[in-house]
Design a binder for this molecule. Structure first.
Ligand code: SAH
Length: 240
């Protein structure tokens, strides 16, 4: 799938993702058009492929980000029952997906937290986002916050815990491959809520698949295996 959708500009890349059916929703396309991937990918930003960003991390391919967003979409968009969606982006790396997510949560208090276990990458995400006027606005207003912590335990944003859901998340995106679907993450999902998580689910340790975890209105959890992928592991930070 990679490379098919590559373009010579951000608009061309997004248009190709749209034409190839990798972005299906108009709202998602608009969000991708608003974020220049060149602010986040140090090389070949308009190629539909992953690129290294340092610290053994990679910015995922645009089609993978598009797929992740489309699977989470019902939990990302503001609605009368959920005017201010809260989204956790674990392993935010470059900050690119964090920015696209922020375009979707709306301006009525919707929030995206990008979580990294490497402080330098937390800083990289914030620095990349500050390259655009809109990104700076997101950082200043708190629509986007970059934090340092171990994503396997999820994250609780203390200033977001005033309601009955105690700071839980409408959507969780996990950008690195987990050894298991960590219970803490499921517990931190709201009802309803959705999580997109790559898992090392092959007994031989050879393969990974993305799982979509959904929590219903009634709190019931269902898990669906989507497709095979190759992500960097959700693990311990490399020793300095
Ligand atoms: N979504 C990012 C992906 C970066 S690669 C992007 O497209 O730019 C995966 C990221 O997960 C790396 O930045 C890595 O530092 C981070 N990561 C790995 N294990 C982690 C953990 N336990 N907690 C938080 N972040 C982690």
């Amino acid at each position: 799938m990679a490379w098919y959708s590559s373009g010579g500009s951000n608009a061309e890349l997004v248009e190709n993702l749209w034409r190839n059916g990798l972005i299906k929703e108009e709202r998602v396309k608009e969000a991708f058009l608003k974020v220049d991937r060149a602010h986040y990918a140090p090389t070949s930003p308009y190629s539909d492929s992953p690129q290294p960003i340092g610290h053994a991390a990679t910015i995922s391919a645009p089609h993978m980000h598009a797929t992740a967003i489309e699977h989470l979409l019902p939990s990302l968009l503001p609605s009368p029952s959920r005017p201010a969606p809260r989204v956790l982006d674990i392993g935010s790396g470059s900050g690119y997906l964090t920015h696209v997510l922020a375009e979707l949560v709306g301006s009525e208090g919707g929030t995206v937290v990008g979580l990294e276990h490497i402080p330098a990458l937390r800083d990289l995400g914030a620095r990349n986002m500050a390259k655009s006027a809109e990104g700076r606005d997101f950082l200043e207003t708190g629509r986007v916050r970059f934090r340092v912590g171990d994503g396997r335990k999820g994250w609780r944003e203390t200033t977001m815990g005033e309601d009955k859901d105690e700071g839980k998340w409408d959507a969780i995106h996990v950008g690195a491959s987990a050894r298991e679907i960590h219970k803490e993450l499921i517990d931190q999902l709201r009802s309803p809520g959705r999580m997109f998580v790559p898992v090392d689910d092959d007994e031989m340790g050879l393969g990974q698949h993305v799982w979509l975890v959904q929590k219903g209105e009634d709190g019931e959890v269902s898990k669906r295996r989507l497709f095979g992928v190759r992500y960097v592991p959700l693990g311990d930070p490399p020793r300095a």
